[in-house]
Design a protein around this ligand. Structure first.
Ligand code: ZN
Length: 183
């Protein structure tokens, strides 16, 4: 089922998502719906707060382009993107590292808004799957960026928070429009 995507400045986007201690049927259904909603919106990632659920749960799929990363290791083993995407992850802990790189990002909660975001180019993410398995994911490129973007959502952080002050200034009219539409 395709869910409604919550738009900025809905306050749920600023909440820290609750950790998921037990994977219920409801959580499984939410994850399946989030994958469907992400594909329908042509996104590469979606976090639970973006469908109005303040939980530590996100989905990512960047397997449309296997050249968008240079490496992927899962629990120390070399993997292909198609081996683990679409990935559903719970309760992530991430360690971004490597030189910071600027790339253009969008966000499904900010239609038509894009901006250059500076982020560390690599990430080590320790996550839990729906089956309770722990995965340590090490990667770079778009996968590392998408994971960092989604984990930000789970802690109430949005990509506009990471924009340069010049870019933020340039989009202030659009943000005000979105605030007016939300009221
Ligand atoms: Zn986003």
């Amino acid at each position: 089922m395709i869910r409604n995507i919550v738009l900025y400045p809905d306050p749920v986007l600023r909440q820290v998502g609750k950790r998921i201690e037990t994977v219920t049927d409801e959580v499984r259904k939410l994850a399946a719906d989030m994958i469907e909603t992400m594909y329908d919106a042509h996104g590469v990632g979606l976090a639970a707060p973006q469908v109005g659920e303040s939980l530590q749960l996100a989905v990512v799929d960047v397997s449309h382009d296997d050249e968008c990363i240079t490496y992927l290791r899962v629990n120390g083993k070399e993997k292909q993107l198609t081996d683990i995407c679409p990935i559903v992850f719970l309760n992530p802990e991430i360690e971004p590292h490597g030189p910071k790189e600027a790339e253009t990002e969008g966000c499904l909660s900010f239609p038509d808004l894009r901006g250059e975001i500076l982020r560390p180019s690599e990430v080590k993410a320790t996550v839990t799957t729906l089956d309770g398995e722990t995965l340590v994911i090490e990667t770079d490129g778009l996968f590392a960026r998408a994971i960092q973007h989604e984990v930000d959502h789970l802690f109430g952080r949005l990509f506009i928070d990471r924009m340069s002050s010049a870019r933020k200034h340039a989009i202030r009219g659009r943000l005000r429009e979105m605030q007016d539409q939300f009221r």
